[in-house]
Design a protein around this ligand. Sequence first.
Ligand code: KIV
Ligand code: ZN
Length: 567
Amino acid sequence: MLKQPDRKYRAFAPIGLKDRTWPDAVLTQAPIWLSTDLRDGNQALVEPMDIARKMRMFEQLVAIGFKEIEVGFPSASQVEFDFVRKLIEEDRIPDDVTIQVLTQARDHLITRTFESLQGAPRAIVHLYNAVAPVMRKVVLGMSEDEIVELATTHAEMFKDCAAKQPLTQWTFQYSPEMFSGTDLAFSKRVVDAVTEVWGATPQNQCIINLPSTVEHSTPNIFADMIEWMHRNLARRDGIVLSVHPHNDRGTGTAAGEFALMAGADRIEGCLFGNGERTGNLDLVNVALNLYTQGVSPELDFSRIDDIRATVEHCNQIPVHPRHPYVGDLVYTSFSGSHQDAIKKAFSARKEGDMWDMPYLPIDPKDVGRSYEAVIRVNSQSGKGGMAYLLESEYGIEMPRRLQMEFMQTVQRVMDVAGKELSAADLYALFEREYGLKTVHALQHRVLEEQGEGAGASIVLRGDLQWDGETCHIEGRGNGPIDAFIHALVDATGHAVRVIDYHQHAIGAGADAQAVAYLELRVDESQTLFGVGIDADTISASLKAIVSGLERARGQGARSAQSVAEPA
Ligand code: KIV
Ligand code: ZN
């Protein structure tokens, strides 16, 4: 790279629109959308769509709700021509949808374009020619007057061709190609000349489409250019003002949004930003950005993953996992602090509340995504994510201190495995760590009750599996847990004290299970948790005590090692 890039590249010139109004504008309604997936998007594909793929894309665009769809460049190839014919001849265009086709300002191409549209009920015919100085001087070798002449003679030709097919309802569109690289006075001159030829009035509107064929400037400058045109074009009330941003600087979405704020009525782009080089404006971004501001885009992305699958099939280009709104990873938080905040916000949220969710600008469910991917656990994650997954997938509501304890096991496994743990992996680890499968139900009976109130006591007798053997136990206490702890001292030689106790149900009805989390002090030397699950609440607590005792004897440490490769 150059040390002095100013010797090779020049900065774009500001417009100097001092009384600009667009920065304070607020978008409160959807623009007119034009999908150019089948034209500009298609032109940019390594392998352009065949007719079957084009049809699939067309049907997808209709299903999303696009009312204006640029279906091709019929004079460019036989496939393009045939596709337009197929749409018309097979009556594939819904009554509320208008197809658009593109043509260069050249006689034989215009003739062929109108030929492709024979029998169409409605159509937008889109004329373009380059206007930028670099194109005028270097590529076309034409003066400004000659460019105006080129545009107006072909605009005239449009009228003649349309008059020969009077059964079609025609709309004309003109694009001064490379508008973004052209001085405004000249763009206005060409556009005014075209709208004069077409006799643009409120009753006979045409579309003027201003492309950033190449995005040269920061989006505020593009917005100034659009506001200047919006204010200065002749016959503005006879014009639907459209923009067509590309994305060379990665700011296509911003440029499109600012342009709408600056007075554009209509916007052209492609799904997920396909298109020449870095792409056309991403229609999904702009639409869902509006949606997250409470404005209906009048396009339906409620099955965004199906739409992505269709687009990937038709374009044969994958959508990036971090692509806004649709990427595989865009609703996922790995970071512990993010997970913690999301978990708290989900718990605080009530049905019908406004969406106010940290790190999630849109409710994934609105675009057909589940909450499953919202929190995933990797080595960057904290206990919040792990606890969230176990709660949301398995109904395990761990007390905070248990989360901290179990997270150490998770972290150890993660350090060895070095990869993400799914909810199923975490549950398998939890089961093994706390012996949920290996600690057996204690056959017990509460035998006696003596006394009343504080003096009440019971006797618990049962059979305990301990060290591979069944041993008979008996203990007295003020409740089953107390009695069991007393019995354990005799049976195992270990003294256990309950520090904290939590219990809740998982599921409901006949299948409900109780889960007990007991924080224990064992032999006055170790503090740790035991967990038990059972249909019977007392059994769940007794299992939790055995679970903790076994962990204290080192079984927990061994099982943690044995699950270093998570299930
Ligand atoms: O980017 C562009 O300038 C175009 C025109 C044909 C509208 O695609
Ligand atoms: Zn384009």
